[in-house]
Design a protein around this ligand. Structure first.
Ligand code: LUB
Length: 205
C-alpha cells in the first residue's frame, strides 16, 4: 500500500459533510424554536444563527414546517435513548420509572431539542398538525414499566398501571409547564424532586 492511499481523505466524504451540516442547522433551529417559538422564527433567522445562506438551509429542509417536524422527531429519538439507557441500568421497574422521569426533568433543563420539541408540540396547530401525537409514547412506556412493577409486587394493591401512567405523565407535564411559565424551567429539577418525593411513596407497596 502506498503512503498516499493510507492517508485519510483531506475532507470528509460528501455524505458525512452533508449530515454534519444538516445537524448544525437542526441544532440552530432548536435553539431558536425554544427561545422564540414557531411563529417568531424564520428560515432567515436559522440561516443567520448557523452562519449559512438561506439557500443552503433550504437544501436540507423543504420549509419551516419540515424543520419543526424534524426537531420533534429528534425529541422523541432522544427520549427513546433515555428509556433505553434507564432500562439498561437494570433497576427494579418502579426505580426505572423514577429514574426515567428524573432524567427527563434534566433533559428539559439542558437540552434545546427537548425545550424546542415541547414548545413546538404546544404550537402544533401552527407548526405542523401532522406531528406525532404528544404524550402517548410516554404513557405507553410507563404503562409497560408499571405493569412489570405490579407483576413484581412493587405497586400498592389495586393500582392500575395504565391509569397510573396517565397520572404520572399528566403530573410531569404540569410540573414542567408551570416551571417553564414561572421560572423558564430553572427550578424544574427541584420542583420535580418535590413532586416525586410525594408521589412515589404513595404508589409503592
Ligand atoms: C412530554 C411533551 C412534553 C410528556 O410526550 C410528550 O409529547 C411530551 C410535549 O408534547 O413532555 C412528559 C412525560
Amino acid at each position: 500500500m502506498s503512503d498516499a492511499s493510507r492517508r485519510p481523505p483531506r475532507r470528509a466524504p460528501r455524505q458525512a459533510r452533508s449530515a454534519h451540516t444538516r445537524a448544525q442547522v437542526l441544532a440552530a433551529a432548536a435553539e431558536l424554536f425554544a427561545e422564540r417559538g414557531f411563529p417568531h422564527t424564520s428560515i432567515a433567522d436559522v440561516a443567520e444563527r448557523v452562519g449559512m445562506t438561506k439557500g443552503a438551509v433550504y437544501f436540507h429542509f423543504r420549509d419551516k414546517h419540515d424543520m419543526a417536524a424534524e426537531v420533534v422527531h429528534e425529541l422523541y429519538d432522544r427520549w427513546r435513548a433515555l428509556v433505553d439507557r434507564a432500562r439498561a441500568a437494570g433497576l427494579p421497574p418502579l426505580g426505572t420509572v423514577r429514574t426515567l422521569l428524573d432524567d427527563a426533568s434534566l433533559s428539559f433543563f439542558n437540552d434545546d431539542v427537548v425545550k424546542a420539541g415541547a414548545r413546538l408540540q404546544a404550537e402544533r396547530s401552527l407548526a405542523d398538525p401532522d406531528l406525532p401525537a404528544p404524550y402517548v409514547e410516554w404513557i405507553a412506556t410507563l404503562a409497560a414499566l408499571l405493569t412489570e412493577a405490579r407483576d413484581a409486587g412493587e405497586l400498592r394493591e389495586g393500582l392500575e398501571p395504565e391509569a397510573l401512567a396517565q397520572t404520572l405523565v399528566s403530573t410531569f407535564f404540569g410540573v414542567q409547564h408551570v416551571s417553564d411559565v414561572l421560572d423558564r424551567r430553572a427550578d424544574l429539577p427541584r420542583r420535580w424532586a418535590e413532586v416525586s418525593a410525594l408521589l412515589f411513596p404513595s404508589i409503592a407497596r
